[in-house]
Design a protein around this ligand. Structure first.
Ligand SMILES: *[C@@H]1O[C@H](CO)[C@@H](O)[C@H](O)[C@H]1NC(C)=O
Ligand SMILES: *[C@@H]1O[C@H](CO)[C@@H](O)[C@H](O)[C@H]1NC(C)=O
Ligand SMILES: *[C@@H]1O[C@H](CO)[C@@H](O)[C@H](O)[C@H]1NC(C)=O
Ligand SMILES: *[C@@H]1O[C@H](CO)[C@@H](O)[C@H](O)[C@H]1NC(C)=O
Ligand SMILES: *[C@@H]1O[C@H](CO)[C@@H](O)[C@H](O)[C@H]1NC(C)=O
Length: 945
């Protein structure tokens, strides 16, 4: 601690004179001063306070004017300020000295008439991203000097882009993504264009030759349009290209050979098209991330295709590739996906020589031979997926040493012998050995794997009893032992089982244990085709979540207890059993829902990032049974106040217990003018209590409209546990309120924006390093505390948007309850979309589908990188973590990662920033186990000099 104080003292910012407040500095031009002062009343005096000089307002930059001795406004940044009033734009228009204007992430629907907009002659950079604009593009084409134009994520439409884009004489960067533009890909832009992003529109036709006249192009993103035809073989012309993204179109033909000449190309994604022919054998010479999945590519994979140094990920899933898997793999390759092809031969024993592989998918091919024991050398392996091949023989013991393995899928092969004990696979969460020829008994130790949540052994020849150790399993959600030759009685099952318990088609005997009634979260129970006898225990009525009960073809007697009418019950083939309930539905099916879930899993493992959003929507619809649908918020003011079903004070502090009134809180949330922050899953309202104190009321709902209170008592219990936590860097709820469709939590109101606002928001002042360092320490302290609780608290969505500030250097971690409410393990298909914000999601989440401390450490690493670089977590689709990792490979480039606006403040600052950078890079390591624990991160941060 002393060390910390010492450093904070050392780095206390020295008073620095800036152009605007030095005594001799010139005044802001009088006309502009009055324009800005008028504006401040619209923007809000909280943001632009007229008692402060205009040039010191957040988001405003001034410079000395060319001719006179006065200052003029050159940059205005009003991002994410909740603005929609078009008169703001009209006023700004008259500031003819403006060079850069950022109004992104507001709610503008219209900018008004721009013909008399005076700044249009001089403006260089215009960012209107994430608004609701739909006006004709011709209005904007009057801004002739624009170099950077970002209109992404709006409602723009229109056909002939060429007509408008030719007017910009100096354009370098154009982003029109996620609008509804149609027509051809435009090529009328000026030759200096370096970045062209047109993804997510309705562009049609083929890729025009004209695109290849942009010799300085570094980024070309045309994904998710309706493009057809083949890619012109003209890449020799654009030799500076770094990212080429063509995913999700209807492109055909071959991958052009001229791409091999682009030595700067590091990312190439053309997945989800219909490319045919061979993959150019040397495409991986330069590219480090290659995604050609879901095409119709054929031919063999060249022997040295995977061996090029620098290669990180290769995805060739679902093509028609044949021949053998290359033997030599690059040491840097960590993700290899070759599923859904026609590959044959054996799995090469050298596949793990590089030792870096973390995700390996070879499913749905025609691979033969044994599983090589050398797979045991891939110590980082977290996903091993080999289903639907022709593999045979035993599962090598070496697999049992892969202690980072989370998913092991070997189904639909011809594997035989006994099931290994797997007792060292302490990370294993999913084990699928179904539809093979395994014999012997279920190993006792398998149920001692603490993280095992899904076990599927159906369709083998497994005999013996179900081990009684199953009752002590801690995480099992789904168990399928169907179609084996198991004998004995049904042991006590773990109460964690929730998705399904399937013991059908075995030789089990004895009665149905009444303890099955304890599985209150179970949805499907199938005990059919066994020799079970006796009565159906009435305790099964306790299964509140049950949707299907299959008891057919046993020897049961007595009568079936009555269930809720939504439960589908099948009892045929039990002569002694009478069904008194009348809701008998004798079609023992496994249900449509299951099918869907399988489809989702297949699809998501194919998980091109592109599809994830759509997928989330699909999952939400499919899982609507287990999730709550929440009405859209933003009720007009005066709309009826939500009716309280249950409200409870958790805090013991008498000041708060006497101040908080639930009705007042509900009145506040019925008026959307009280909203001060929206995050992915929550909306925050300001509520003033009768005694004058202000509290924050958080409504749990999400932009995705999913959220699952489930059992309200359980929710209440969990919130009460969280309410007992005390840490100054964590937002702890003081009370909760449950209404019919929603839940609300009440907090102390100390909100001064989020860390994201501080770094990337309207504030134009550069935040100095000591403030950033103390934010880093605060977040680390909060997170270390949460991870160290008796029942560790994990963060579902940890980002700079969910960390609130009490002051410029006192952070508080928010949204700590989400992982209790939104249970990602249930929505298997879309885990990574649900768990977190793009840019902060650890790479393994897409595969492991499990929230972990190591995953939180990754997100924390991204936050550190944001503090160090001043950059947002994603820029132009490139994740900050990936960018920093790639630059950090060369020590002489590390400097470039740091925010140069602050890293030069002093030698001590510079050196401490470099130390913190090392910590950040360790936190965002690809492999979860390579990441330090939070406790160590905190210690290292304290000691960073
Ligand atoms: C504006 O700044 C003055 C002086 O710093 C302060 O007293 C006042 O409360 C501020 N006004 C608003 C609306 O924030
Ligand atoms: C490409 O960039 C270079 C260096 O920045 C510049 O000299 C050249 O004029 C640019 N080319 C075009 C066609 O604008
Ligand atoms: C691609 O082409 C197929 C067949 O012509 C058509 O069914 C499909 O809708 C097209 N998809 C897109 C995204 O244009
Ligand atoms: C892809 O192209 C091949 C050959 O041109 C054609 O047979 C196939 O139907 C196409 N597939 C799709 C999904 O359009
Ligand atoms: C691929 O590149 C290597 C050098 O990296 C070269 O020797 C080889 O001839 C190239 N192969 C083809 C087919 O271009």
């Amino acid at each position: 601690m002393l060390v910390l104080l010492f450093f904070l003292f050392l780095f206390h910012p020295a008073p620095m004179a800036s152009a605007a407040d030095a005594p001799s500095s010139p005044e802001l031009d009088k006309t502009q001063n009055s324009i800005m002062t008028n504006l401040s009343s619209i923007v809000g005096t909280n943001t632009w306070n007229s008692t402060i000089p205009v040039c010191n307002w957040p988001g405003v930059t001034c410079s000395r004017s060319g001719s006179g001795s006065s200052l003029v406004v050159t940059n205005i940044k009003l991002s994410n300020c909740g603005m929609s009033n078009k008169s703001i734009f009209a006023s700004i228009c008259s500031i003819d000295t403006l060079q850069s204007l950022d109004l992104s992430r507001n709610s503008f629907t219209d900018l008004g008439d721009l013909t008399s907009c005076r700044m249009k002659e001089g403006l260089r950079s215009l960012n209107l991203s994430s608004n609701r604009l739909s006006q004709p593009l011709s209005d904007l084409s009057q801004f002739l000097q624009l170099e950077v134009l970002d209109l992404s994520i709006n409602h723009f439409t229109g056909g002939n882009l060429n007509t408008y884009l030719s007017s910009f004489r100096n354009l370098r960067s154009l982003n029109l993504s996620f609008n509804s533009f149609s027509g051809d890909v435009p090529t009328s832009m000026v030759g200096s264009l370096a970045e062209l992003v047109l993804s997510g529109n309705q562009l049609s036709g083929s890729i025009p030759q004209g695109v290849f006249s942009y010799k300085n192009l570094t980024l070309l993103d045309l994904r998710q349009n309706y493009l057809i035809g083949s890619i012109p073989n003209k890449f020799n012309n654009i030799s500076k290209l770094e990212s080429l993204i063509l995913s999700g179109n209807n492109l055909t033909g071959q991958i052009p050979l001229s791409l091999l000449h682009v030595t700067t190309l590091s990312r190439f994604a053309a997945n989800q098209n219909n490319f045919t022919g061979p993959i150019p054998s040397n495409i991986t010479n330069h590219v480090s991330m290659l995604d050609l999945s879901y095409n119709s590519l054929s031919g063999k994979i060249a022997p040295d295709f995977l061996s090029h140094p620098g290669l990180q990920t290769v995805d060739l899933t679902s093509n028609m590739l044949e021949g053998a898997i290359p033997r030599n793999l690059s040491r840097s390759l960590y993700r290899l996906r070759l599923g859904g092809n026609r590959l044959s031969g054996i799995i090469p024993s050298s596949i793990c020589d590089g030792r870096g592989l973390t995700y390996l998918e070879l499913n749905n091919n025609q691979l033969t031979g044994n599983i090589p024991s050398e797979l045991g050398n891939c110590k980082n392996l977290s996903l091993l997926s080999l289903p639907s091949n022709k593999l045979q023989g035993l599962v090598p013991d070496a697999i049992s040493s892969l202690d980072k393995l989370v998913v092991l899928n070997l189904q639909n092969n011809s594997l035989s012998g006994r099931i290994p004990n797997f007792s060292d696979l302490r990370s294993l969460s999913t084990l699928n050995l179904s539809h093979n020829s395994f014999t012997g008994q279920i190993p006792y130790g398998i149920f001692q794997l603490q993280k095992l949540s899904t076990l599927d052994l159906q369709g083998n020849n497994i005999s013996g009893d179900i081990p009684v150790s199953i009752s002590s399993s801690q995480s099992l959600i789904e168990l399928n032992l169907a179609n084996n030759v198991l004998t004995g009685t049904i042991p006590t099952m773990p109460t964690t089982l929730s998705t399904s318990l399937n013991l059908s088609h075995n030789n089990l005997s004895g009665s149905i244990p009444s303890s099955l009634g304890n599985l209150i979260e179970l949805e499907i129970l199938d005990l059919s085709y066994n020799g079970l006898s006796g009565e159906v225990p009435s305790s099964l009525r306790n299964l509140q979540s049950l949707t299907q009960l299959v008891l057919s073809y046993n020897d049961l007697s007595g009568s079936v207890p009555s269930f809720h009418q939504n439960v589908e019950i099948s009892t045929v083939g039990n002569p002694g059993l009478t069904n008194g309930t009348g809701n008998n539905n004798d079609t023992p099916t496994t249900g449509k829902k299951k099918m869907h879930i399988v489809v989702i899993i297949v699809f998501s493992i194919a998980g091109a990032l592109v599809g994830l959003c759509l997928l989330a929507a699909a999952v939400m619809m499919l899982l609507s049974k287990i999730i709550y649908r929440v009405e859209d918020e933003g009720l007009p003011a005066g709309e009826s106040v939500p009716q309280i079903r249950n409200g409870c004070l958790i805090t013991m502090n008498s000041i708060h217990t006497s101040a908080i009134e639930f009705m007042k809180a509900m009145e506040a949330v019925s008026n959307h003018q009280n909203i001060f922050l929206k995050t992915r899953f929550c909306t925050y309202y300001k509520a003033v209590m009768p005694n004058g104190t202000t509290y924050s009321v958080k409504k749990l709902n999400s932009s995705d409209k999913i959220f699952q209170i489930g059992n309200q008592e359980k929710f209440a219990r969990e919130i009460e546990v969280l309410g007992k936590l005390t840490n100054s860097n964590v937002m702890v709820p003081m009370a909760y309120i449950l209404t019919v469709g929603s839940a609300y939590l009440i907090y102390e109101h100390a909100y001064k924006g989020t860390v994201s606002d501080l770094l990337h928001g309207v504030q134009s002042d550069v935040i100095d390093w000591p403030s950033r360092y103390s934010i880093a320490l605060g977040v680390a302290q909060g997170l270390t505390f949460l991870h160290g609780c008796t029942q560790p608290v994990l963060l579902l969505d940890l980002s700079t948007r969910t960390i609130h500030l009490k002051s410029k250097n006192e952070p508080q971690i928010g949204d700590i309850e989400l992982y209790k409410i939104i249970d990602p393990s249930r929505s298997t298909g879309s885990f990574s979309t649900i768990a977190g914000t793009v840019g902060y999601i650890p790479p393994e989440y897409a595969y492991t589908m499990r929230l972990t401390m190591a995953g939180n450490v990754y997100s924390f690493g991204v936050i550190l990188l944001e503090l160090l670089t001043g950059k947002p977590s994603v820029t132009h689709g490139i994740e900050l973590a990936k960018w920093a990792l790639s630059l950090s490979a060369r020590p002489d480039q590390r400097e470039q990662i740091l925010d140069t606006r602050i890293s030069g403040a002093s030698i001590a600052v510079h050196s401490q920033m470099l130390s913190v950078l090392n910590i950040a890079l360790a936190c965002v390591a690809f492999s979860p186990d390579a990441r330090p624990k939070m406790r160590n991160v905190l210690r290292m941060l304290f000691n960073a000099k």
